[in-house]
Design a protein around this ligand. Structure first.
Ligand code: AMP
Length: 285
């Protein structure tokens, strides 16, 4: 694995490699890697001849500066994991390298309603930050395939919109959420949970399962209210429990029995914000 810290060096290297005519895959991350990230590397290696991973904790997507300061960093271990997973290139830029013009007066992207719902509503500016860094990374790497996790369902939709805005040739390949055996969705932020919080956090996936199992017996508002109450009783501060059209992410108050649905949850345990989601209407579900 080659580690590159400078954008120009990355571009030089990728230009050299382009002659080989390989399909390129890209896995952007913020580090503190776990099996969820590694599943994306594995997916890229399955479909692409050259896999680029980036680790960059992007300051512009943190609406809470404390969350940015406390974001876990495990770089040495990340490098070992990526090497072992067969990553070809690790891009490891500094903030200056990504934002040479500074962090103010940045681009604004028209994300439409995606920015006013769910995490767009509860984390103002978050998805603009995601787009600011993804635009830069995509311009640099210009991959054929972009691998991202369904764990961040809304982020996948935002990035799909960004790719359309950029008129990019890159195809987004969303990958299923990797979970602990308890059901807890793997997340870098889980590293900050105490042992007690880690077992409490499992309730988010249980609630999603509860929504899925009761979809046909309760109205959507009743299900959402029940789920919110259950989470609150387990000690969560709930940002939202929503049931949305899985294709458009439009929040729904009723279901016609046909529209594909996804349930999404964002909730705090202490000062740690966890998100998870589940497709409710997949075949066999
Ligand atoms: P992050 O480092 O949290 O920015 O995540 C980098 C990429 O890994 C994103 O595309 C995430 O959606 C994806 N990811 C994070 N957690 C998981 C997981 N548990 N399963 C699958 N993909 C994940």
């Amino acid at each position: 694995m080659i580690i590159i810290k400078q954008a120009v060096r990355l571009q030089e290297y990728l230009t050299q490699q382009a002659g080989r005519g390989l399909i390129s895959g890209f896995v952007p991350t913020m580090g503190a890697l776990h099996q969820g990230h590694l599943s994306l590397i594995a997916e890229s290696r399955k479909h692409a001849g050259i896999t680029v991973c980036s680790i960059f904790v992007n300051p512009t997507q943190f609406n809470d500066p404390k969350d940015f300061d406390k974001y876990p960093k495990t770089l040495e271990q990340d490098i070992l994991l990526l090497e072992k997973a067969g990553t070809d290139i690790l891009f490891l830029p500094s903030v200056n390298e990504m934002y040479p013009e500074g962090l103010t007066n940045l681009e604004h992207y028209d994300l439409g309603y995606l920015e006013t719902i769910l995490d767009g509503k509860f984390r103002p500016g978050h998805f603009q930050g995601v787009c600011q860094v993804m635009y830069r990374l995509l311009k640099l790497v210009d991959p054929d395939l972009l691998f991202m996790g369904q764990k961040d369902y809304q982020q996948c939709m935002v990035v799909k919109r960004l790719l359309a805005i950029m008129e990019s040739k890159t195809k987004l390949v969303p990958s299923p959420t990797v979970r602990e055996s308890s059901g807890l969705a793997m997340s870098s932020r889980n590293m900050r949970l105490s042992a007690d919080q880690r077992s409490e956090a499992v309730d988010i996936s249980k609630i999603l399962q509860f929504i899925k199992e009761n979809l046909r017996s309760q109205s959507l508002p009743a299900l959402k209210a029940d789920a919110t109450e259950k989470l609150q009783q387990s000690g969560f501060r709930v940002d939202y429990v929503e049931i949305c059209n899985a294709d458009t992410l439009e929040p729904l108050e009723s279901w016609d029995g046909k529209t594909p649905l996804v349930a999404l949850v964002a909730a705090f345990l202490g000062d740690i914000r966890l998100i998870d989601n589940m497709i409710l209407t997949e075949i066999g579900g």
